[in-house]
Design a protein. Structure first.
Length: 320
């Protein structure tokens, strides 16, 4: 009786109670997730590729894969109601993680929420994309694994099918939040599909860039310098810049022999200093051989000048 009386007294005096646990967000059915998300998913068409994108912020910000727009001269974004927008600028990109955020002038779509968490292995996911041009197709599956690819970045392995054209589409959890960006499929295995975590998009959206599509780096130019170390690129840049700065005035004064000698010395120095840079070395060796066969100092100097300016252009493109 005494214990009961004490309890009643505590209650009457406003005794504390355990705080209520916050409710977990409500899971949505697949149909409802698709109904809500589809209007925010767009088709991204270029003169070179077809892909998918989705709105991530107000003001026309759209996320997609970097490879979808890389090297493109024209980009068109089409909404679910078939409106088309052709004024597209680059806000931020991450070529290594295959992500880009675009600003599409005049586009007003409700942004999808990005999940601020890592997915759980085995949880249900839904992918929306444009496989082989079949717009806004829906597939589902589970998170199969979380992968770390070398020193590059994490990938989410999913069983939801991804086909060509689905690149850049959202991979959603059961609350309609974007867990990842559909990125790649592996053709050598059965149903091996991958997405890049959506968390990487936040920093890109905040870069605030306003650059043309043509400003994106060219992967072909990057491959040209495969094997080169960072210091090798600096060496090439400085050597080529100095060689052209000296040889140019000499050639304009008609001193072709002096210009040729300077370019040859610069090429020989580079061949010794950048042994890992296979393609620039091969081009320098071929140019030197052609210069040896030239019928005049002027023609030989022109050959060496041509390859030096070509290497400089490749480097500028690769580092954009």
């Amino acid at each position: 009786m005494r214990f009961r009386a004490l309890m009643l007294l505590a209650a009457g005096c406003g005794g504390t109670q355990a705080p209520a646990r916050p409710r977990a967000p409500r899971s949505l059915g697949t149909v409802e997730i698709v109904r809500r998300a589809t209007p925010s998913v767009v088709t991204v068409r270029t003169d070179r590729a077809l892909g998918t994108g989705f709105a991530i912020r107000e003001g026309g910000l759209v996320a997609t894969n970097f490879h979808v727009v890389q090297g493109a001269r024209r980009v068109t974004v089409q909404t679910a109601d078939e409106r088309e927008f052709a004024e597209v600028r680059v806000v931020g990109f991450d070529a290594r993680r295959d992500l880009v955020v675009l600003r599409v002038a005049g586009l007003a779509l409700a942004p999808l929420r990005l999940a601020a968490r890592d997915p759980d292995i085995g949880e249900h996911v839904i992918a929306i994309g444009n496989p082989v041009g079949l717009e806004r197709s829906v597939s589902d599956g589970v998170v199969s694994a979380l992968r770390h690819i070398g020193m590059a970045h994490d990938l989410i392995q999913i069983s939801a099918p991804i086909s060509h054209g689905s690149s850049g589409g959202p991979v959603l959890d059961d609350r309609g939040r974007v867990l990842g960006v559909a990125t790649a499929m592996r053709t050598g295995g059965q149903n091996l599909n991958f997405a890049t975590p959506a968390s990487y998009l936040t920093a890109l959206a905040e870069e605030g860039g306003d650059a043309p599509i043509s400003s994106l780096p060219d992967d072909r130019a990057r491959r040209y310098f495969t094997g080169c170390r960072a210091q090798d690129l600096v060496t090439i840049h400085l050597a080529v810049k100095d060689a052209l700065a000296v040889a140019g005035p000499l050639a304009r004064k008609g001193r072709h022999k002096d210009a040729l000698e300077h370019l040859r010395l610069a090429a020989a120095d580079l061949l010794l200093r950048v042994p890992r840079c296979r393609w620039p070395r091969n081009d320098l060796l071929r140019a030197a051989a052609r210069a040896e066969r030239a019928t005049s100092d002027q023609a030989a100097a022109r050959e060496m000048w041509r390859i030096m300016t070509a290497i400089a252009a490749e480097l500028k493109t690769a580092l954009r």
